[in-house]
Design a protein around this ligand. Sequence first.
Ligand code: GLU
Length: 445
Amino acid sequence: MNVNTIINNLEAKHPGEKEYLQAVHEVLESIETIYNENPQYEAAKIIERLVEPDRILTFRVSWTDDEGQVHVNLGYRVHFNNAIGPYKGGLRLHPSVNLSILKFLGFEQTFKNALTTLPMGGAKGGSDFNPKGKSDAEIMRFCQAFMLELWRVIGPNTDVPAGDIGTGGREIGYLYGMYKKLQMENTGVLTGKGLNWGGSLIRPEATGFGATYFAKEMLAVNNDTFKGKTVTVSGFGNVAWGVALKVTELGGKVVTISGPDGYIYDEKGLDAEKIDYLLELRASNNDIVSPYADEFPEAKFIPGKKPWEVKCDIAMPSAIQNELNGEDAKKLIANGVQYAAEVSNMGCTPEAIEEFQKAGIPFAPGKAVNAGGVAVSGLEMSQNAMKLNWTTEEVDAKLHHIMSSIHEACIKYGTQSDGYINYVNGANIAGFIKVADAMLDQGII
Ligand code: GLU
């Protein structure tokens, strides 16, 4: 395999799909050596087969707002790869959604899900619908219209969607209601369900908790802990609040959160009361963070900026792809950052990753760090299949165990001869081997 040839061919076939090409490029660079050492992969054209999704469904979503105006959005579901289990991955509702973004996310999801050790393939879907400022009734009508198309290609053993940016418990509820109406079946067809109708304990906080458990392992490699560490976090969606809660519990101090309007710097650090306030703010369908500074006068709101200019020990980007670039990484390094754990999917640009690695700072990629969310989704599927519920302690212990095993896999495949743990290589190689070997076993399909 030659990485450049493959990327050039893909670029010609899919011009302009920059996020998708970026994600593929990163994985190919990591696996090039192992791929070329194992000719059975090349003989079965594993890479050519793995970089293209199995299929893509694109559809129109028409819905009516509270004033009676009709709106049209695009809906998608990308079935990326089901070599190791049913297609699995979230639904993103955000105005930036397009095919390139969903293909990058589906591709990443394939490796992430393989890392969890659970039997789940990779998928992603969503719409360019913007949930911000919409009423409850509008959200419901949109979700119902979306499911009127999606239901044909999903099922508990086929494809199990879940939440992602813009899709939380409320949206999963409306989607599930419509699926049930159409299919006349109560099954584990979606994850992130409500606790009293098939959901799993710990699922809402799983991505943030899992990310913190992973970062805890990164620190432990250096006999270090979260105690007394200053942590910068971006975003305040499904993920960031779980990070803030768990980091605080482990003795660290989260000093920033951010929204599209800017970031909050709270020198004293977030605590449970502040997190509750933010969750209320978010429940009102709002991802802006400036009101926090009015509520808690010790905090400062810095409009239009990202939190990477703040001095910290650990950076945990938790908002969206490419939110931390090379310049941001340089600022963090100059301010003495010791670890970078990417919680968002592909939150750091290739330039940022290069800066961290050049400086010898442990950097772990989203597909390893944020895998706790989909891992607990997998546990929700297990519970649904068995028709029983595990306790908080049981789910949390399993999540802990899964995050440790992902960290071990990164060490196994990513430790360089100079001792530096290249978590990017580790995660990509471990995920790739599992998926590629399953594809080999199953023949050319
Ligand atoms: N959207 C989440 C992710 O990026 C969760 C997916 C799931 O639970 O299926 O992994």
